[in-house]
Design a protein around this ligand. Structure first.
Ligand code: KIV
Length: 275
């Protein structure tokens, strides 16, 4: 991490606020971010928390899954987001295979994330299989966010990105896993792409807040991928995404106009030129 990086803990929302917000039934807002320019915009917004998701593999790198994302990429993106959004509660995703090999390896990897980025917490995907891992991280004072339901790093086990938890045995497993994650010490957990009724049941059965994405209205907070909610990809239109802007169209129009003005010799004008 460069010496100019702001590693001071955020002054606003803290890990304690997750439970407080749940207790007061205040929905928690979370957004993903991957770069400095958008981090500076988010810093000006009232959004509660920011996640540097491994979705950066899809929306930044153009991979068809999150599997190729590396620890170094997460560290790079989290560090630049932290510099743009110094006051936000910042969570970094642990990429595929960075917390699967052994507890020692996980501790080293999560330690690097915390030491080199200024993040206040890490997120990892999975249920009961990771309870010991989560306990070890929490014992080392590394706050952990869980992630259940559609866990994209398991895309090949699921055979796609479909809704999870519709079958009775999946439903039961997700409910049990949520309880296990809570007991392991997570301070919050993402519920991704599960039926609304199941997300509500999970949220009502645990004391830590749930953050939903494609999980309906019963969660304790909501997260969307920044690029999705800004409408930056015209070809990505899943049911659960609300596009609050159409940056694809706005950007394309601006670039087309720039090109036209160059061709027509209307740019640059006198005011853009130095004497
Ligand atoms: O990687 C990511 O952006 C995520 C969110 C979708 C929760 O895990």
């Amino acid at each position: 991490m460069s010496s100019s990086t702001n590693t001071t803990a955020a002054r606003g929302f803290t890990v304690n606020d997750f439970r407080k917000y749940k207790a007061s039934a205040t929905p928690i807002s979370m957004i993903t971010c991957y770069d400095h320019a958008f981090a500076k915009i988010i810093e000006k917004s009232p959004i509660d928390t920011v996640l540097v998701g491994d979705s950066l593999g899809n929306v930044i790198a153009g991979y068809s899954s999150t599997l190729p994302v590396t620890l170094d990429q997460i560290i790079y993106h989290t560090e630049i987001v932290r510099r743009g959004a110094p006051s936000k509660f910042l969570i970094a995703d642990m990429p595929f295979m960075s917390y699967h090999v052994s507890i020692e390896d996980t501790m080293r990897n999560a330690g690097r994330v915390m030491k080199e980025t200024g993040a206040q917490a890490v997120k990892l995907e999975g249920g009961r299989d990771f309870s010991k891992t989560i306990e070890s991280l929490v014992k080392a004072s590394i706050p952990v966010m869980g992630h259940l339901g559609l866990t994209p790093q398991s895309v090949h086990r699921f055979g796609g990105y479909g809704v999870q938890g519709r079958e009775a045995h999946e439903h039961r497993r997700i409910l049990e896993d949520a309880k296990i994650l809570e007991e392991s010490g997570v301070f919050t957990m993402v519920l991704e792409k599960i039926p609304e009724s199941l997300a509500r049941e999970v949220s009502e059965s645990i004391s830590v807040p749930t953050i939903g994405i494609g999980a309906g209205r019963g969660c304790d907070g909501q997260v969307l991928v920044l690029n999705d909610m800004l409408g930056m990809d015209e070809s990505f239109n899943p049911k659960f995404v609300k596009k609050y802007a159409n940056l694809f169209e706005i950007s394309l129009k601006a670039i087309e106009e720039f090109h036209r003005e160059i061709r027509e010799r209307n740019f640059p004008e006198e005011k853009h030129a130095y004497s």
